[in-house]
Ligand binder design. Structure first.
Ligand SMILES: C[S@@+](CC[C@H](N)C(=O)[O-])C[C@H]1O[C@@H](n2cnc3c(N)ncnc32)[C@H](O)[C@@H]1O
Length: 304
């Protein structure tokens, strides 16, 4: 397969695919070559997935196209697409010549062949999946329970995927308005949310109702609570809105992670870039999310 990753955050897009595939791929710019079958609709930062046909040097491409058996993958009609538009017609001609009864269809083609040029190389594949999800429809401000602390749905979905959990239970111990849990639940995962602030739990309850989510929500302090789950996915306070100082935020991270370490194997956690996370977990910095100006957040996967 060739996963065509969103250029917006390639690190995050790659980590998401690899977490769900359970293996590493080979990255060329924003193309991740990796053989794996899973529910592709879970991916937030992959735009398109191609069945891998071949990879060659740019200079060998014409030759390869002439020798490839296009009849084997052709279905009903075809079109050629490329990130270097000017070559589309020439290569379409080669495919046309090798197919028994060719038909070209530019939109919604049954056989969409992509040529991605990357430096001196060319990757060729057939489209098998295209992401059509409209994340805007689930914008936090359109939810009945809204506070301006919620993660955008696309980012929330991606960090749930970093858990690698296919079927199981996700706990968000700083759930706020449940931006993370809404995405996890829509992917078919079991969810449980806890927060120190009653207003947040009330807001989350309204959101669960809107999205018909059957999950538990309770009040509690993440430094003490023990909840059975397959993975924690969470986004603790950043310190700005909560008017907490950096040292207090660092203390909060340290104390809640000390608690989690006793009973949870994996934690996916976001933190403001200037906050140092001190923990016994093995820390892997997966990606950085640039919010605006000076605010960026690091996304970590912590494993015991
Ligand atoms: C950045 S917000 C989480 C936003 C959430 N991801 C969402 O989509 O709405 C952080 C949350 O942590 C909660 N919080 C702060 N300290 C806490 C603690 N010790 N235990 C549990 N929750 C806490 C705050 O009430 C706030 O709702």
């Amino acid at each position: 397969m060739i996963f065509v990753l969103s250029k917006y955050n390639i690190d995050l897009a790659r980590a998401e695919v690899e977490a769900l595939a359970g293996k590493k791929g080979e990255l060329h710019e924003n193309f991740l070559v990796l053989d794996a079958e899973f529910d592709f609709s879970r991916l937030a930062y992959t735009n398109k997935i191609l069945e891998f046909l071949f990879h060659c040097r740019r200079t060998d491409l014409k030759n390869k196209f002439e020798r490839f058996d296009w009849n084997e993958i052709y279905k009903n009609n075809f079109c050629i697409r490329s990130n270097e538009y000017k070559y589309q017609k020439d290569f379409a001609k080669l495919v046309w010549q090798s197919i028994d009864n060719p038909k070209v269809q530019l939109n919604n083609s049954d056989t969409e062949i992509w040529i991605y040029f990357y430096r001196d190389d060319a990757f060729v594949g057939k489209t098998v999946y295209e992401r059509e999800e409209k994340f805007k429809m689930r914008r936090p401000d359109l939810r009945p329970g809204f506070f301006p602390v919620s993660l955008k749905p696309k980012l929330a979905k991606a960090i749930v995927n970093l858990s690698g959990v296919d079927k199981g239970k996700i706990w968000d111990p700083f759930c706020g308005t449940s931006g993370i849990l809404i995405e996890a639940s829509l992917m078919g995962l079991e969810v449980i949310g806890t927060d120190l602030d009653e207003k947040m739990i009330e807001a989350s309850k309204k959101n669960f109702k809107k999205y018909k989510i059957d999950g538990k929500l309770t009040l509690g302090d993440s430094r003490k609570l023990k909840i059975d789950c397959d993975c924690i996915v969470t986004d603790p306070p950043y310190g700005r809105r909560a008017s907490l100082h950096k040292s207090e935020i660092e203390k909060l991270y340290k104390e809640c992670l000390e608690n989690f370490y006793g009973f949870v194997d994996r934690v996916v956690i976001m933190s403001p870039s200037d906050v140092d996370i001190e923990t016994k977990y093995k820390k892997k910095l997966v990606a950085v999310d640039f919010v605006h100006g000076s605010l960026s957040r690091k996304i970590y996967v912590l494993d015991r």
